[in-house]
Design a protein around this ligand. Structure first.
Ligand SMILES: Nc1ncnc2c1ncn2[C@@H]1O[C@H](COP(=O)(O)OP(=O)(O)OP(=O)(O)O)[C@@H](O)[C@H]1O
Ligand SMILES: [Mg+2]
Length: 263
């Protein structure tokens, strides 16, 4: 199981869209996904309600700072991934989710306000890393990118991100009508009628490349065994192989490298 948080302090940065695209892509590959919808307006859950079910995707609502770790503990025995769709409202929840995640994805549209919202989240991630003395894999994802031109604002955002030496996911999420329409008609993009033509085909390819980038990144970092700094809030111990890769400062010298997992 990998835990992936989607976070940006700026409202409307594309978090829920990105969370659902990733869920659709994993689900299509046969990997079950639970989306934890942290928004009180439950946009992700509302999307699922439109069709009732989407194979391999479950959405849980009512996620708070108080119950997030317990929810992840309950999900531990479930075979699949957890995607945490964070709202822009609570720094505490974002910090906790980041500390519990194998990967934090920060969507950024080509505008300075989004970049500032991203900077805020990235500062939070850094502070959690310092406090917990562990590393949280994090990456910026450009969203709503114009497929034809690079705007001045987008250039400025790229320069700002480069100056901070941040990792950028290879595949940006392009501005596409099916990414808007899915909130109206529900269901996976894979289930949309082919009559929607070229925009749908391009949207699906974009989603596949994005999913591939994320899966590759997770595989590279060995995220499936959860090395997240706060993992012990959910799991009594982490697998021995994973523990061996933790920096010495993050290991408890008195704890044997045991294998049991608290379910
Ligand atoms: N790549 C895209 N192409 C077209 N429309 C998009 C794209 N990404 C997001 N949108 C649209 O932008 C709006 C905001 O997106 P979304 O709800 O995903 O942002 P959010 O960061 O989750 O917002 P909030 O902070 O309210 O949770 C939605 O109407 C969505 O349909
Ligand atoms: Mg949202």
């Amino acid at each position: 199981m990998a835990v992936i948080s989607i976070a940006n302090a700026k409202g409307g940065a594309g978090k829920t869209t990105v969370a659902l695209l990733l869920a659709m892509e994993f689900a299509h590959r046969g990997e079950p996904v639970v989306v934890l919808d942290c928004d009180t307006f439950t946009y992700a859950a509302n999307w699922l309600k439109l069709t009732g079910t989407v194979e391999n995707i479950t959405i849980a609502t009512g996620i708070t700072f108080v119950n997030l770790a317990g929810k992840l503990r309950d999900l531990r025995p479930v075979n699949g991934h957890v995607i945490i769709d964070l709202s822009s409202a609570s720094d505490a929840l974002v910090a906790l989710a980041a500390g519990l995640s194998d990967l934090v994805i920060v969507p950024v549209q080509g505008c300075m306000m989004d970049a500032q919202g991203a900077t805020h989240v990235l500062d939070l991630v850094r502070r959690v890393e310092q406090t917990a003395r562990g590393r949280i894999d994090h990456v910026v994802l450009l969203t709503r990118v114009n497929p034809l031109v690079t705007t001045r604002a987008m250039r400025s955002v790229k320069v700002m991100l480069a100056a901070r030496d941040l990792d950028l996911l290879d595949t940006p999420i392009v501005e596409r009508s099916p990414y808007r329409d899915m909130f109206e008609c529900g269901g996976s993009l894979y289930d949309m009628p082919a009559s929607r033509g070229e925009p749908l085909r391009k949207a699906v390819i974009n989603m596949q490349l994005f999913g591939y980038d994320v899966a590759t990144r997770l595989a590279r970092s060995g995220a499936i065994s959860s090395l997240a700094p706060f993992a012990r809030l959910c799991f009594k111990t982490v697998p021995a192989a994973a523990a061996a890769r933790l920096p010495a400062t993050a290991r408890d010298p008195h704890e044997p490298a045991a294998i049991t997992v608290l379910s």
